[in-house]
Structure formats: structure tokens, C-alpha cells
Design a binder for this molecule. Structure first.
Ligand code: PBG
Length: 343
């Protein structure tokens, strides 16, 4: 009897008898054996780099809420895409910070063949044709209310928005986009985009659907980056999925695949690893996660405070996506990761 708590000491069997000799630590004891048994790997081939654009020339503006991330005018953004090519990053995704004067209630400027996104795509394809260009097709950078759709009497109008983004997708494809990525969560948009692309001769332009996009607080820094944070009225709960729902996310993916999506995305990433795993297991389709702005900024902020090792947290968080079943990840860390993996 232990005189302090009255319990018997539990030393009747040896540890060897308990484990029957199965000691999992054997393979962890040296770097070489840890390398041999490593199940998942993060590679440069897994990275998609989101890049923010601004008007002008020779402009680089740091995004305050995202240390290490800037918005670039098209000429300087070309240098970033060249860097992506040099680092072996397969694809980039563009997000425009449109001049406030060009924004309106309908997001009309998305239909300008020479808007910031389309000019950037042409410049990138001209300079670095081998890097994949993924263009986001959603109204939020172009509306003066920050919503992803046409807003009337406080309601985001589904079908009119779908018509407009299908048209915008064709313009993006004409500018040279390789992949169209609708991020707006309107119903029926993948099918409408597929039809519009096909009937305009863009059968080979792919669709990466933001199929499961959750109403999330983690988009905060992004809204500063594209300049919608001051504009957004209300929230996006009437079109993004509730963070509480899993089955509904499955139905979104099923629907988008039926409508012709080539790849699907889960967004945000780290808080939704369960959704990634379920989707990959059920559909076995190319599956991507977006490690969104808030996920990036949290790591950067903790690192800046000396609370954790930022590099390690970056690599661990990205490896988690691979473990959950992702084929690749949208991440603002892309160039940093690529450099790290090469060193
Ligand atoms: C909206 C859109 C969002 C992001 C990209 N496109 C979400 C939003 O503002 O509601 C978020 C990206 C990020 O947080 O990194 N079409």
C-alpha cells in the first residue's frame, strides 16, 4: 500500500511484458529511420501561391495584418511569378485590390476584359507561361458592399450573380487563365461556368471549385489585403457554409462535381481537416485546401512574439494538409516553404 493514497503500486508486470516487445520508439531513435518510415511528405509540387494585386506601376504595399505579404502592381507581380517559377512552385492564384472608385453595387468591373486580374494574367502568361494561373471569379473585390454577389434589398441574388461570373470566367480564360476558381458559393455556378467556357472554345480551361467554403473569422486579414474590410455590410452566412456542418459540405462537393468541377477546395484549412479527409475518401478527386489569411497571420503573430518557432509551425501545419488527404495547398507561405524545402 502506498502510504499517501492507499493504492497498490502497479509494478506486477515489466514494461517488456506489457509491450510484448513491440516498442514503437525503435523506429524513432535515429534520423535515418525516422526518414524511412515517414508516411507523408510536403513537396514544392504541392504549393499554390496566392498573390495580391494593385493598380499602378512599381508599387509594392505591405499588408499590415499579414507580415511578409505585399500587394504588387502588375509589373512587380511579374517578378513574383518569375520567383515562383525559379522556386518550382507549380501555380499561383491572383486576388485584386481594385480601386474603390471602380467598385459598384453589381461588381460591374469584373466584366472589364482589361481589369486588374485580366491584365495581370496576360502579363504573367507573356513572361512566365509555364506557371499555372488560377483566377478567382467572385464579385467581392469589385463590389462596393464587399459581398460575393449582386446585392438587392439586403439579399445576395443567386442566379443573376451566376450569369455574371460565368461571363467573367470567359473573360479570364480569354486573358489566359488556366484554371477558373469560383469562390462565391452561389448555387449552380460551376455548371454555368463550364457551359460558358465550353461554348466559347475553352474546353481545356479547368474549374477548381471552392466547393466547401465556410463562413469564417479566419478571412479577416484577406479582407484588409483586398480592401473590403471597411466595406463589407453584414456577414456571408446566407451563402457560405456554417462551421457546424459536415454533411452539407459533402452535398456541395457532390453537386459541384456533377456540374463539372475538376478539382475541389476546402476553405479555411486547418480548422476543417475532418472535412478534407471525408471529401478525399468519398470522392477521390483532386482535393485542395486553402490555408487562409488568418491561419497565416496567427502563425506569424505568434512567431513575432517569440511564442513558437514560426518555420516549424509553418511546416507542421502544411504537412497536416497532406496527412488529411490534400493533393495541394493554397498558402501565403509558398515561397518561404519552397526555399526551406530546397535548403
Ligand atoms: C471571397 C474570398 C475570400 C477569400 C478569398 N476570396 C473570403 C472572404 O473574404 O469572405 C479568403 C482568402 C483568405 O482569407 O486568405 N470570394
Amino acid at each position: 500500500m502506498n502510504k499517501h493514497n492507499g493504492l497498490k503500486p502497479g509494478n506486477t508486470r515489466t514494461v517488456d511484458e506489457i509491450t510484448s516487445g513491440r516498442r514503437l520508439r525503435r523506429m524513432r531513435k535515429a534520423a535515418w529511420s525516422r526518414r524511412l518510415v515517414q508516411e507523408n511528405h510536403l513537396r514544392v509540387d504541392d504549393l499554390i501561391w496566392p498573390i495580391f494585386l494593385i493598380e499602378g506601376e512599381g508599387q509594392q504595399e505591405p499588408v499590415e495584418a499579414m507580415p511578409g505579404v505585399s500587394r504588387y502592381s502588375v509589373d512587380l507581380a511579374v517578378r513574383q511569378v518569375e520567383l515562383a517559377a525559379k522556386l518550382g512552385i507549380p501555380a499561383i492564384a491572383t486576388f485584386p485590390n481594385v480601386d474603390v472608385a471602380s467598385r459598384d453595387g453589381q461588381g460591374t468591373a469584373i466584366l472589364d476584359p482589361n481589369n486588374l486580374i485580366n491584365r495581370a494574367t496576360r502579363a504573367f502568361k507573356d513572361a512566365v507561361p509555364e506557371v499555372g494561373i488560377i483566377t478567382d471569379v467572385a464579385l467581392d473585390p469589385f463590389t462596393d458592399h464587399g459581398h460575393d454577389g449582386i446585392l438587392r434589398d439586403g439579399v445576395v441574388i443567386n442566379d443573376e450573380t451566376v450569369k455574371q461570373i460565368a461571363h467573367a470566367a470567359v473573360l479570364q480564360a480569354s486573358a489566359g487563365a488556366d484554371v477558373i476558381a469560383p469562390s462565391d458559393m452561389m448555387d449552380g455556378r460551376v455548371g454555368a461556368i463550364r457551359d460558358a467556357l465550353d461554348s466559347n472554345g475553352f474546353q481545356d480551361v479547368a474549374i477548381l471549385s471552392y466547393a466547401t467554403k465556410f463562413a469564417s473569422a479566419f478571412y479577416g486579414p484577406y479582407r484588409e489585403a483586398i480592401g473590403t474590410s471597411g466595406l463589407l455590410k453584414g456577414d456571408k452566412n446566407t451563402y457560405y457554409i456554417s462551421a457546424a456542418n459536415t454533411d452539407e459540405a459533402m452535398r456541395e462537393v457532390e453537386q459541384d462535381l456533377e456540374e463539372g468541377a475538376d478539382m475541389v477546395m476546402i476553405k479555411p484549412g486547418l480548422p476543417y481537416l475532418d472535412i478534407i479527409r471525408r471529401i478525399k475518401d468519398a470522392f477521390a478527386m483532386p482535393t485542395f485546401a486553402y490555408q487562409v489569411s488568418g491561419e497565416y497571420s496567427m502563425i506569424k503573430a505568434a512567431e513575432a512574439n517569440g511564442w513558437l518557432d514560426g518555420k516549424q509551425a509553418m511546416m507542421e501545419s502544411l504537412l497536416a494538409f497532406k496527412r488529411a488527404g490534400c493533393d495541394g495547398v493554397f498558402t501565403y507561405f509558398a515561397p518561404e516553404v519552397a526555399k526551406h524545402l530546397r535548403s
